[in-house]
Design a protein. Structure first.
Length: 317
């Protein structure tokens, strides 16, 4: 991997901000309805993300190094989610947080925005090989979100909390599996299909940032900054968890490679956007969940460049 200089890191973030701005203006001025905004999100999640994942996995050649990275990433990811859930549980327990808030709080800290921001960010900054590794993180993320995550975010009044196995047929999860099959068996996609996926994949970054802007424009910025718990979520999600991962991988184990870089960056992402979606679906406090997501997203503009430059610095040593 070629080292990134500070200027390229900052310029990439500035580009992301410029892509977010039009979406914010459009919804802030009420030029689009909530239904239309949802339509953009549905298009992104169900078509463009899957195309990006398959395109990335079809673009890399199988070798022992990449297989090792995939297994290494999966193992670390499982440990990270268990640790994140433990940290969020202890914090909720110590502060004696009400049960109706604790589940959403724990979900927001434990699960990061690997899809809407994470994978487009990795693709734009580090390329397809890194995106393949990021897809492994996404795979583990889906397993935890639709099992423990769903149980967490369901309200205390639920008689029997259930694991939602529908994630097994979700477009993102299925696309990762298809991509792994293509990668594992070294399959060659037909030219027409490959070109179609590439065109869709090229639109990922722009549309992802547009959707974030659309979501930001729907809420009051002033109310957002008044929510104290949202600051706690942002601190844990953007600083504490990636700091622990960075220290263990880069400083203790000295695993200074592309996989470790992707892992740190993916877990330095803001709270998962599905925190608010699931909170609404399961009749929870979705407004609080939205504040968790949006405040951490705003602050990630400042923290992500730091993590990018820090990992890049140690890679060059």
């Amino acid at each position: 991997m070629e080292n990134l200089n500070i200027l390229s890191c900052i310029s990439s973030i500035v580009v992301f901000i410029l892509l977010v701005a039009p979406g914010y203006v459009v919804t802030h001025k009420k030029m689009l309805s909530p239904t239309q905004v949802d339509g953009f999100s549905i298009l992104l999640v169900n078509l463009i993300w899957p195309a990006m994942i398959i395109d990335a996995m079809a673009s890399v050649s199988i070798n022992k190094e990449l297989l090792h990275m995939a297994l290494y990433t999966a193992g670390v990811s499982f440990m990270v989610y268990i640790t994140s859930l433990g940290i969020s549980f202890l914090r909720a327990k110590v502060t004696k947080m009400p049960l109706n808030i604790a589940g959403i709080y724990m979900f927001a800290i434990a699960f990061n925005n690997t899809g809407l921001i994470g994978m487009p960010f990795i693709k734009a900054i580090l390329g397809d090989k890194a995106l393949f590794i990021a897809s492994i993180v996404e795979l583990v993320n889906d397993i935890f979100i639709f099992s423990l995550g769903i149980m967490l975010i369901q309200p205390p009044s639920a008689i029997k909390k259930k694991i939602d196995f529908r994630f097994l047929i979700s477009p993102t999860f299925v696309s990762v599996l298809i991509g792994l099959i293509i990668f594992g068996f070294h399959l060659q996609l037909p030219t027409i299909l490959g070109n179609t996926l590439s065109y869709l994949a090229d639109a990922t970054v722009a549309i992802s940032m547009l959707v974030i802007g659309l979501q930001l424009g729907e809420i009051s910025i002033f109310d957002l900054f008044k929510e104290k718990r949202a600051y706690e979520v942002s601190l844990c999600r953007l600083v504490v968890i990636p700091s622990i991962i960075f220290c263990i991988l880069f400083l203790v184990l000295k695993e200074r490679n592309l996989a470790s870089t992707v892992i740190v960056l993916m877990y330095a992402m803001p709270a998962a956007s599905c925190t608010a979606i699931f909170a609404r679906q399961y009749k929870g406090d979705y407004q609080l969940a939205t504040k968790f997501v949006m405040l951490s997203t705003i602050y990630s503009v400042f923290t992500l460049p730091v993590w990018l430059m820090l990992t890049n610095y140690y890679l060059s040593k």
